[in-house]
Design a protein around this ligand. Structure first.
Ligand code: EPZ
Length: 423
């Protein structure tokens, strides 16, 4: 069975949405529990398919997982006796690569499938492997698997993790986690500064790690002999929040977002304000309104604190309706434009020029059957469907379910008309 969305537009959203916990913070934090034998509790780890799949991977390693009545995720990592990350899981959920560092640190060996590529590009892990080798791991590839050993444990080192596209988020997570149990000091230069990495580092310190420079491109880790289980609540999902900000803007509506600290979203807030969206901070959230026209913009995606690549597709849907020409340049995943052809099917006027897309604003979008391809491109098609005239059919909704917990319920609660159908 495959789910599809029927989205009837145009609508004007109005009301209140609570932002869930961050997927991209939950995943590495779940992996970190591998290194702390015992029972950890991860709060706010929202029930997304990616979180469920990583949970299945942890179970295969030997951990025991369940959810309590508050939906908190309980992970008992007392036993980790099968340090193997299977291809069948990794090929569907690339982020599973973040078990590699923790397994090396805990078990001194690991066999993890190369994750392979996905719709937004081939997803190399060469920097992950380089960093772990510099911590003393012996690594070779065999039949599509990464085989890593560190029989004498890992040893601290000075490591540069920068790559051709800047820093690597999960590469930093892998090397950071492994370094917490390495002997001696590790310095990671060109570390990813994403809030999700800062959240991981804060969680590791709560487990007994000694990490300084959190949130900066230079992390300093003093190795410790062991980590202890922890109860930890992950940060809100800034990408889900940004998606809902665009939903308010593209429908010329008014949304009040709760559990949405703007401190992690300054590049997004700055860009949306330049486009003509009003965003006011309020308590632990914000109010987004758009009353006038949309102004065109030039946007380039960058590592944090720059404009996030995970909101590039959503912004493109919005700028499709701006009064004038915009340019979006994708510097993190140059192929991350699967949504361009689909938005053009909805009467947008987009033209790809190398790493950029030229957007000629149109007066309105028209409903059409469209195909979801990756997580964020699919969200962009939903947003376009809210504004388009008629009923848009989005196929392969499973892509959306990977990163948004029942997005249709949250949007319908503020005036959207989205029906999920199984075909
Ligand atoms: C994380 O992926 C996120 N996923 C992605 O979000 C996000 O788009 C990405 O960071 C960039 O912000 C999770 O956190 C689970 P990278 P990650 O390593 O860590 C190149 C979503 O929608 N690179 O920071 O895999 C790479 O090809 C997902 O939630 C190397 O060259 O991304 C890319 O061009 C999609 N060698 C750039 O670096 C490496 O060893 C950034 O990738 C690693 C990466």
């Amino acid at each position: 069975m495959m789910d599809i969305f029927h989205i009837t537009g145009p609508v004007r959203l109005s009301g209140r949405i609570t932002v869930s916990g961050s997927k991209n913070a939950s995943l590495p934090i779940m992996a970190a529990t591998i290194m702390a034998p015992g029972k950890s509790v991860i709060k706010n780890a929202v029930r997304l398919s990616d979180v469920t799949v990583l949970g299945r991977l942890l179970s295969q390693l030997g951990a025991k997982l369940n959810r309590n009545e508050n939906d908190d995720l309980h992970i008992d990592s007392t036993v980790i006796d099968n340090p193997i990350g299977e291809y069948d899981i990794l090929r569907k959920m690339r982020a599973g690569i973040c078990i590699l560092g923790p397994l090396l640190a805990r078990c001194k060996r690991a066999k993890v499938s190369m994750p392979g590529g996905c719709a937004i590009g081939d997803r190399p892990v060469d920097i992950h492997l380089k960093g772990l080798q510099q911590l003393g791991a012996k690594i070779h590839l065999k039949a599509g698997y990464i085989v890593a050993q560190a029989p004498d444990g890992l040893k601290g080192n000075d490591i540069f993790l920068g790559g051709p596209f800047g820093s690597t988020v999960l590469g930093t997570a892998n090397v950071l986690m492994a370094a917490t149990l390495a002997k001696g000091r590790t310095t990671i230069e060109a570390a990813a500064c994403e809030p999700e990495i800062a959240d991981l580092a804060n969680c590791l310190n709560r487990m007994g790690a000694k990490i300084s420079g959190i949130g900066s491109p230079r992390l300093i880790i003093e190795g410790v002999s062991c980590l202890k289980p922890v109860e930890y609540s992950v940060i809100p999902d800034r990408i889900e929040a940004g998606t809902f900000m665009v939903a308010a803007a593209i429908t010329a509506g008014e949304l009040r977002l709760q559990n949405c600290p703007l401190g992690h979203m300054m590049a997004v807030v700055d860009k949306l304000r330049n486009i003509g969206v009003t965003i006011e901070s309020q308590n632990n959230g914000c109010i987004i309104t758009r009353t006038g026209g949309l102004k065109p913009a030039d946007v380039t995606t960058q590592s944090y604190p720059g404009f996030p690549t995970d909101l590039q597709a959503q912004l493109m849907a919005l700028l499709s309706l701006a009064e004038g020409n915009s340019v979006i340049t994708e510097k993190i995943f140059p192929d991350r434009f699967m949504h361009v052809a689909e938005l053009n099917r909805m009467a947008a006027s987009l033209r790809k020029e190398g790493p950029s897309v030229i957007i000629s604003g149109v007066k309105k979008l028209m409903a059409a059957p469209v195909m979801a391809s990756d997580l964020r491109a699919s969200a962009a098609l939903v947003l376009a469907g809210l504004a388009a005239e008629g009923t848009t059919i989005v196929n392969r909704v499973y892509h959306i379910d990977r990163g948004y917990k029942s997005i249709e319920n949250k949007l319908n609660s503020v005036g959207a008309k989205i029906v999920r159908k199984s075909i």
